[in-house]
Each structure stands twice: as C-alpha cells, then as structure tokens.
Ligand binder design. Sequence first.
Ligand code: HEM
Length: 525
Amino acid sequence: PKTPPNEKVDQLQNHTTDNADQKLTTNQGLKINNNQDSLKAEERGPSLLEDFILREKITHFDHERIPERIVHARGSGAHGTFKLNKSLKEFTKAKFLSEEGKETPVFVRFSTVAGSAGSTDLARDVRGFAIKFYTEEGNYDLVGNNIPVFFIQDAMKFPDLVHAVKPEPDNAIPQAASAHDTFWDFISLMPESMHMIMWAMSDRAIPRSFRMMEGFGVHTFKFINDEGAVHFVKFHFKPKLGVHSVAWDEATKISGKDSDFHRRDLWEAIDNGAFPEWDFGVQIIPEEDEHKFDFDLLDPTKLIPEEEVPVQMVGTLTLNRNPDNFFAETEQIAFHPGHLVPGIDFTNDPLLQGRLFSYTDTQLSRLGSPNFHEIPINRSLNEVHNNQRDGHMRQQIVKGKVSYEPNSIGGGCPFQAMMKDGGFSSHNERIDGKKIRARSESFVDHYSQAKLFFNSQSAPEKQHLQNALIFELSKVTIPAIRERVVGQLAFINKDLAATVAKKVGVKVVELKQPNGSIPADADPA
Ligand code: HEM
C-alpha cells in the first residue's frame, strides 16, 4: 500500500536535511576539505589548539548522548494515522473523536519498561504503547501499556516499584539473582500487585510482535460532551493481526540471536507496506453509574470486564511510515498523560494524578531545556502563542515588546481566549472533604480480578504462567521472599500456590495480611 499524506510528516520536512551529494561543512556552514588530518605543527608534531574544525567535531561528539528514559528506555516508534469510523460526539467534544471519517496524524512509541536502551526486546516485561495524536486542538497523548492494569494503586509507590525492578544499585546486573530478590521482595509485600503479576507472568508479557499486542489507557478517564455531561471511559486498541506471544524458551533463543527482534519486525513490516493496524475502542460508563461496580473505577489495578461493559469499536490506528531519524523522533518525543484536548479529562485515580507531575519533570532533565516542546517531533500542528519566553535553546522568535497579560499596550501579546472560542476547561467536579493521606476502602480487594484472569487462561497458558513463576522464584535467593509470594498466590489459586511452592522448595504458609500492603510496622514474615 502507498503511504498516505500526513500533515505532521509534512511539518517535519521543514526541519529535515538530506546530506546526499552535499559537501561536508562545519556547523557554521564552512566547507571542510580535509576530514582526515588534524592541524599539526609539522607532520609528526603536536596538534594545534587553534584547530577549530577538529575542536568542533570532537566537542559535538563528546555531547552526543542524553540520559535514557528513567523507565521505558528501550523503544521503537513510527508515524501513522488515526481514523475515526464512528462519532463519539454524544460523549465527548474532542474534535478528533467527533467527525466521522476524520484522520489525525499520530506518532506511536512502543517500549519495554525495565531494561536499558540497549536491552533485549524479548524480555518478560510490560510493553509501553504511547500515542501522540497531533489534533487540530493541540497534542493529545494517550500514554498506555499492553496490559490493562498496573502494579500499584498510588504514585507514592512508583519510585519504590521501579527501584525494586531495576538492576540492584551495588552491581547493576539486570536479571541477576539479586535483582529477582528485590523485585519479588517488593511484590511479596504489595498484595495490590497480584492482579498485574498474573498478567506479567502470562504470555502477554512476551509479545510475538509490537503489531500483535493490545494497547490500553489503563486508568479510567473522563469524556465531557458539549452539554458538559460526563462519562467515564477506558481506552482499548486491538491488533488486527490478533494477540500473539512467544513461549519463554523461544524468547530466550530469539534474544540470543537477535535482541532487536521487535524493533526489526516493526521497521520491516512498515518498510514492506504491511502496515500494522489496531481497532480503537472505548468502554463508556455514565457518570451516575460510577459506584455500580464491585471495584473502584479509580483503582488502576482493576479492569472493567468486557462482559459487563462491552468495548465499542470506533476507530482505526494505522502505522505507515518509519521515522527518518531515531534520535530526532523516537528518542526526543515527549509523551505526557497531561497533554489533553477539550472533551477529555483525568479522574482522581491516585496513580494517574502522580503521573501528571512526573513526565514533564523528567523531560526537563532528559531533554535538557524547558523548550523541548519546540523539538520538531513534539510541536503541535497548530501554532503556539503565549508569553513564555527565553530558556535554553529557544527556537521561536517572538515579535513585539510585550510578554505579559493583561496589558494595555498590545505590542504583539496574545490574549486569553473567550469561553466561546473553545479551549480547555476542567470538569467542574465537586470536591468536599478533609485532606487525608490514606487509601480508600474500595481499593482493598486485590484477588478477585487476579482469580478471574488466572481462570480465563487456557490449560497451556496456565502452564506457562506457572512455569514463569517457578522460573522467577527459583532465582530468588531468600526463602522468606519465595514463601511470601507463594502465600499471596494461595489467595488466587491453591493448586497454583502448592505447585509453585513445591518446585521452589517452600511451604504454603497462610499470610496474616491478605489485604492491603503490609504496613511499615508489621512483621512481614
Ligand atoms: C514513561 C513515570 C505509571 C506508561 C515514563 C517516564 C516516567 C514515567 C518518568 C519517562 C518519560 C520520559 O522520559 O519521557 C511514571 C509514573 C507512574 C507511571 C510516576 C506512576 C505513578 C505508568 C502507567 C503507565 C505508564 C500506569 C501505563 C498506563 C508509560 C509509557 C512510557 C512511560 C508508555 C513511555 C513513553 C515513551 O514511549 O516515551 N513513565 N509512569 N506509566 N510511562 Fe510511565
């Protein structure tokens, strides 16, 4: 198939250089007629400090690297299109979700979570599925995963989770026995992670291809329509090629032979015109039904069963163009769950609330300047007009003498829009109560959905899940951790717990604290 036109790709063309058949120059545009020899005092003498051409070349090289992402460091991305097949106007005023047939340019980045930028694609891990929609109302980011739930219920725990899963600080060996100790130690003390653990130990955590995995927004979000009515919404992407995984022994072999397996697969599929496609769907819940479920919609360790609320398929996501430059596009893209458009809003999910702070904060150090929105891949399609100014690496040249508002001079200053002009308004949710550092009682059932997931697996899938637990726990050196994990499994499935316990040499011990993470002052044993 031919790659269709794409407004974002056209915009990027203005920043794209083709070096083919060009003469080499310095960064000042000066032609370089000897790129082999530095300037020396005599043929065998020392190099001269005045060699500005050598200095420029080496200085730039010295600064080529930027920090990798703190999580999701290894990723691959592509351009594409989101097409709306059925209007959601009844639920949301977001323009890219209102007009049937409308096409919106997107950039999608897939990633693993725990590994470094050079790690293998085939690790047992969650996969990131992040989409930037370049809409006419500004950029909208859906920063999701290929698993519909998460490990923890509150952003307060995220640095601990990540420290537990990343290589241990003393030896920095990923997947060393000690790294298994830290991850499983944390999990064994965090019962809310058990639903996600079932998914992470299942075949879902080793996809066959990025083209063959689902995408989920994970959190519950809000849709707001023209009348201000609110619906809760969960976002889904279902691959047209179906969901496929590889088995663990296949994954280890592939990792040994080609650790870029997923990256290569995505690149080659797009290059060959086999464009990956996903159906986009939504689960919609009227505001008044918020409390009709036996779990809390704000709890990111729960999904809404599709039997209870079917997924309505309303759009198609197609990836049809590889980036021209990995660093400029895939590496420098900056996603953020707080990049919203009118008609979509957050909920009070305490994990999502913490994410709203984290992404811009990390990007300030990862990309190095408050002007990272000016990097071509991050620019919105519509123009940016505001009174923010200066900062490292500022690109935009703003005319006029006034950069404050209100002002009576004019002087080139943009003014705030009127309500009738559109723009973003937060949902006027009523908030009434005390400030409190606590978890809602409605968040404490950690096992029902873990059981549902385990029971939904076919016999071979159950076997794979069990094998994964046995493999993982066999790498844990501290018996008390193995025992606590098995104790957690017993709340999900007694046979599973008994088999794993036997294989990893521990007993199934009844845990004192089935619900809630173990408080700091309790004895974890
Ligand atoms: C990346 C923080 C939970 C999906 C990141 C990054 C940070 C972060 C700092 C690196 C961003 C960058 O360098 O550009 C957090 C925090 C979380 C959290 C604090 C919980 C409190 C989640 C959840 C999901 C998720 C629940 C899925 C729904 C992603 C994805 C990326 C990412 C897909 C990679 C984006 C890309 O491809 O550039 N996260 N995260 N994160 N996060 Fe989260």
